[in-house]
Every structure is written in structure tokens, then in C-alpha cells.
Design a protein around this ligand. Sequence first.
Ligand code: SF4
Length: 150
Amino acid sequence: MHDLSSDLFDLLALRDPASMTFDVLEGKTPSQRWRTSEEWDRWLILGADSVLHHPDYPMPLIAEIETYRGCVRYASGGCSFCVEPMKGEPVFRRPAAIIAEVERLHELGVRNFRLEPRPASSHICHTHRRTIHLHLTLMRSKNSSQGYHP
Ligand code: SF4
């Protein structure tokens, strides 16, 4: 069957649009790859200033903080309402990197944060228990940091 998309687009990012865009801008041959953990953390800090241009800045802007991608149930397809299994096995960001991103956004004036991804229902899955653990780590960090006053 003819692939119509190749007639319409020069490039299709089937995995990670950010890593493909980066590779194009770097003059590399773009590939269907996921960003590395180092790239993920670095790009989020470098791009944090973009909040200043958001129409909801500073209020009622809510910064969504990526804590992981993927799902422990990726092999079976996971829950019917969730897209995370399409991203493969879970990759978690380091708590220190998440805290650094929140601190940078807070320096810029952001006051509302939401940890992502989260399921589309109130059900708490294995993957999201890890997110809750990260949330608790952030809360402890906030309470022990004199410079952090949300
Ligand atoms: S809700 Fe949780 S367990 Fe279900 S598919 Fe999504 S990440 Fe996986």
C-alpha cells in the first residue's frame, strides 16, 4: 500500500518530536529515537523561560512537570484509556532533575505545578505510585529548602 504521508510531509516524528527537531537543528540525520535522560533534563531547564510568553503567565498558569514516560504494562498494551504504553517501558527522570526544573520555574514566577503524566481516571497504577513517591520527595525538598516558598 502506498504511504500517503511520505507525499505530504518531509519528516514524521513517530516517537519523540523534540529529539527529531533537535537532530534536524543540529544538522544530524533525524531518526525515530527517544531523547536521552540527559537531553530531557537539559532541554526542560533551557526551555523554562518560555513560560514568560505564555498567555496565562503568571496566573492562572499551571506548569506540568514530566516525571516519566512509558508504562510497566507496555508489553500487554496497558489500560484502554491511556497512551503511556505506546511509549514503551518506563523511563523515570531523576528526582534531583525534577526538583531543579521546579526551582527554575519558581524563580521565573510560576506558582502552580502539576506532576505528569497521570492516568485519565482516579485509578492509581503501578507507574503512578512512583509519581506519588516523587511528589513526596518534592514536598520534603520544599520543606527543607529555605529559598523555596510556593
Ligand atoms: S494508567 Fe498506568 S498502568 Fe494503565 S496504561 Fe496508563 S501508565 Fe500504564
